[in-house]
Design a protein around this ligand. Sequence first.
Ligand code: SF4
Length: 72
Amino acid sequence: MSECELIKTCIFFNDKMADMPSTAEIFKNLYCKGEFNNCARMIIVKALGRGNVPPDLFPNQAEKALEIINKR
Ligand code: SF4
């Protein structure tokens, strides 16, 4: 299974976000080591660039990511 290319520096994967959810490990397996193209953080990286990813955006918030992109 392939991994997200951002895994080494991603604040979510490296537990650097302010409020890490108890489900973090599940999300890491689900997104970072699996469906990384569906990760909300990755969606913003691709659409707007890495500097535009909100620090509190979790991988499972794709809907919120699309809202942010659509507001641009
Ligand atoms: S899948 Fe998302 S949360 Fe995981 S390392 Fe990649 S950008 Fe970060």
